[in-house]
Design a protein around this ligand. Structure first.
Ligand code: DCC
Length: 219
């Protein structure tokens, strides 16, 4: 298991009673093949590039060279752009963070109605300052894995209403950390979610959030 529990029903077919799976298109499909067998490697290479950009101090000549190279890469990708429902980035459940380039990479260890446990590693480009992770990046992972816990709990798509993070100690980069998220209680469409982020036994951060289960067809 990497980006999401693969055996869960993420894609519930539309019916007359439920024409859309709230906020998601009915034909939304998770995949392990889109983007090809080396798609994970491609994403990893981009993350490595971002790590290096974060710490590099290029000469003007090297910056010129890299800009030209990047323009070539962007032109290549321009020929293959699709909508969000058909991109591998976000739907490849076999890859860290479902192959989503915008998320810090995590691997789901266990996920179901009772909650989600994942191993997350902040990269060098997630630097906040003084060698540790930016608090905003910590919140992004809590949002995604909190949303996953809410979704698995109610078997339906949920969206964040609020999310509060308490930063209890510094969050290191390039270190496997453990994030846990779980639904504490549910009141109708309201799912109250909690979460923790640990470096070994040390608590780095915890969170409380409210997710709202979307109604069928709700955007
Ligand atoms: C492979 C697949 C992986 C799947 C796993 C992937 C997981 C990804 C998760 C990512 C999650 C996101 O980032 S989502 C993106 C960030 N969030 C957003 O953009 C949300 C923007 N806001 C909205 O769209 C809306 O405000 C909603 C949907 C949150 C709520 O609107 P609504 O549906 O019309 O509901 P509404 O009637 O207003 O509220 C319902 C109840 O909740 C309460 N409520 C609503 N908001 C709040 C609030 N901030 N604080 C307190 N209470 C609130 C109301 O008082 C009401 O209580 P009562 O009167 O019933 O008692």
């Amino acid at each position: 298991m990497k980006g999401a529990p693969i055996d869960q029903k993420w894609n519930v077919p539309a019916t007359e009673e439920s024409p859309l799976e709230g906020g998601f298109r009915a034909e939304f499909e998770v995949t392990t093949e889109r983007g090809g067998p080396r798609y994970g490697e491609l994403i990893e290479e981009v993350r490595t590039f971002m790590d290096k950009v974060r710490y590099a101090s290029p000469t003007p000549e090297l910056a010129d060279e890299i800009i030209d190279d990047l323009k070539l890469f962007n032109a290549k990708l321009d020929t293959l752009l699709v909508d969000e429902w058909h991109t591998p980035s976000g739907t490849r459940v076999d890859l860290p963070s479902r192959g989503n380039i915008t998320l810090p990479p995590y691997e789901v260890i266990d996920g179901g109605e009772d909650g989600v446990t994942a191993s997350v590693e902040f990269r060098r480009f997630h630097l906040g300052g003084n060698g540790v992770a930016h608090g905003g990046h910590v919140a992004v992972v809590f949002d995604d894995l909190g949303g996953m816990a809410a979704t698995l709990h109610v078997h339906g798509i949920a969206r964040t209403a609020y999310l509060t993070v308490n930063y209890r100690s510094l969050t290191p980069l390039e270190t496997p950390l453990t994030m846990r998220t779980w639904a504490e209680r549910r009141e109708g469409r309201k799912i109250f979610v909690k979460g923790t982020l640990h470096d070994g036994d040390r608590l780095c951060a915890d969170m409380e959030a409210l997710f709202i289960q979307l109604r069928p067809g709700q955007a």
